[in-house]
Design a binder for this molecule. Structure first.
Ligand code: 13P
Length: 256
């Protein structure tokens, strides 16, 4: 990959708030992030993904700022008898531009397999959202030397038809690194990202060079810069550290 191709990937720092926050917390956190973002171009795109209940309040708090709004999951269907679910069209209507699908917590807690994730990702594209497809190996898979094979299989099985660099982001989140304070070395993370890009190249051709690949799993202000400095790591999907504006902005600051 040459320098021009690297440059055309504007990094993305995304906060996944998971199942956290009541209205007042969400509003305050979003307002604090929006305020920092209004102070000047941080050198990357910034996204927050609150729980469904806070999408309206967070969207209002982000108004007038460059911070994008996303959700953490969607159903594959447009509408219908799916109690408790939310469609991609509903998310778009509520002001979202992004949706995360296939997070390992969804794969584990709700038995979502690659085919389910692919259907959800295709729903996201149908609705005009940008989809963040998550992949990542478990600790047992890593210990068995299967990391790259598992991640390649997940990318292949979860990739929506019609994916382009404008509507697809892939997040590599090793399951063992999520919420544990442990991370792969930057070199190990880079190796997996390079494998993901190679897999994408086989699926969508040269456009893969422009697809943003995020790293997720225990990203903090103290480790972000080194991880974000790897050639195939184009940003981060941040969990715990996204719940404090100062920490989240410290990670965004990797691109200052
Ligand atoms: P942590 O940053 O809390 O490890 O969570 C990562 C994650 O799962 C983001 O989607």
């Amino acid at each position: 990959m040459n320098l021009e191709e690297i440059k055309m990937r504007r990094p993305l720092i995304a906060g996944n708030w998971k199942m956290n926050g009541l209205t007042a917390d969400g509003r305050a956190l979003a307002a604090a992030v929006a305020e920092r973002a209004k102070a000047g171009d941080p050198g990357c795109d910034v996204l927050v993904c609150p729980p469904f209940t806070l999408i309206g309040a967070v969207g209002a708090a982000l108004t007038g700022s460059p911070v994008a709004l996303g959700a953490q999951d969607c159903h594959a269907a447009v509408s219908g008898a799916h109690t408790g679910d939310v469609s991609a069209e509903m998310l778009k209507d509520a002001g979202c531009a992004f949706v995360i699908v296939g997070h390992s917590e969804r794969r584990a807690d709700h038995g979502e397999d690659d085919a389910t994730v692919k259907a959800k990702a295709e729903a996201a594209l149908r609705a005009g959202l940008t989809v963040i497809v998550c992949v990542g190996e478990t600790e047992a898979e890593r210990d068995a030397g299967k990391t790259e094979a598992v991640v390649a299989r997940q990318v292949k099985g979860s990739l929506p038809a019609g994916a382009t660099p404008a509507n697809l982001v892939v997040a590599y989140e090793p399951v063992w690194a999520i919420g544990t304070g442990r991370t792969p070395t930057p070199a190990d993370a880079q190796a997996v990202h390079a494998r993901i890009r190679a897999e994408l190249k086989g699926l969508i051709g040269g456009a893969a060079d422009a697809v943003r690949l995020l790293y997720g799993g225990s990203v903090k202000p103290s480790n972000a810069k080194e991880l974000m400095g790897q050639p195939d790591i184009d940003g981060a999907l941040v969990g715990g550290a996204a719940l404090k504006a100062e920490d989240f902005w410290g990670i965004v600051g990797s691109y200052a």
